[in-house]
Design a protein around this ligand. Structure first.
Ligand code: ADP
Ligand code: MG
Length: 256
């Protein structure tokens, strides 16, 4: 059975897409069968996987409106070694089109159920909002991975997401829980970041992943080459950290 995880944080620019793409590629490198679902109309996870969003014949949009199955709509990231259910601008319309449809928040969950046997991991890259798209992701998932920067307001920013997860857990998806907080873009030379990192561990205990993703320019450069950072420069510290995180996730699901 595939384990399904949302990469979510209602803030933009916190490393959700970088985490979704590089965790997918890292998991593929350690032998896992992976589907990456891009739920952001910006399509950055799609492009960053080397799949051109502008020429996608079918995408996650077609799946949400029930015009295609996952098996029909998925593409392949040849470099990354995983499948991609891509997204582009068309997806922005799904929100409006689904508004008066029945079971609108369960569309993705139902579609993924049909592809369950094909994967060990399904990772869902969520947009930076708590929209119908994100809701579809949260309803589908066994858990949420929250990438965050160790900044002063980091904890405060989490409360909206935590409340949303509680509501979805209570009303729509009793499986849902926070799997863990992932410290990203970490720079140990910045005292404040080390302090916030310690606070996170005090507040959230083992909900904080052991792996820390450093700030690393190679990770930021990779998308412009249409490659996951893990593939673009495997020797880079950021790439190695994401492969280590993939191993941590494989160990984590063994206990779920
Ligand atoms: P989100 O999906 O949450 O909006 P992104 O993954 O797109 O965030 O990251 C925002 C920006 O930060 C991008 O330009 C990305 O390349 C850069 N970035 C993400 N993680 C790292 C990192 N570990 N080191 C350096 N730059 C990073
Ligand atoms: Mg993103």
């Amino acid at each position: 059975m595939a384990k399904i995880f949302c990469i979510a944080n209602q803030k933009g620019g916190v490393g959700k897409t970088t985490t979704a793409v590089n965790l997918s590629a890292g998991l593929a490198q350690v032998g896992q069968r992976v589907l990456l679902v891009d739920l952001d109309p910006q399509g950055n996870a799609t492009m960053g996987s080397g799949v051109d969003k502008r020429t996608l014949p079918t995408s996650v949009y077609d799946v949400l409106i029930e015009a295609a199955t996952v098996a029909e709509a998925r593409a392949r990231s040849e470099l990354g070694g995983y499948d991609v259910l891509g997204a582009n601008r068309e997806l922005a319309g799904a929100e409006v089109e689904l508004v008066d449809q029945e079971r609108r928040e369960r569309r993705l969950k139902q579609a993924l159920a049909a592809a369950d046997a094909d994967y060990d991991f399904v990772l869902i890259d969520c947009p930076p909002s708590l929209s119908m798209l994100t809701l579809n992701g949260l309803v589908s998932a066994h858990g949420v991975i929250v990438p965050m920067q160790c900044e002063y307001f980091a904890l405060e920013g989490l409360s909206d997401l935590v409340n949303t997860i509680k509501q979805v857990h209570a009303n729509l998806n009793p499986d849902l829980k926070i799997i863990g907080l992932l410290r990203v873009m970490f720079d140990p030379r910045i005292t404040l970041q080390s302090q916030v990192s310690e606070q996170l561990k005090q507040h959230f205990g083992d909900k904080v992943f052991n792996t820390v993703i450093p700030r690393n320019v190679r990770l930021a450069e990779a998308p412009s080459y249409g490659q996951p950072g893990v593939v673009f420069d495997p020797s880079a510290r950021g790439a190695q950290a994401y492969v280590e995180f993939a191993r941590e996730m494989v160990a984590r699901i063994a206990t779920m």
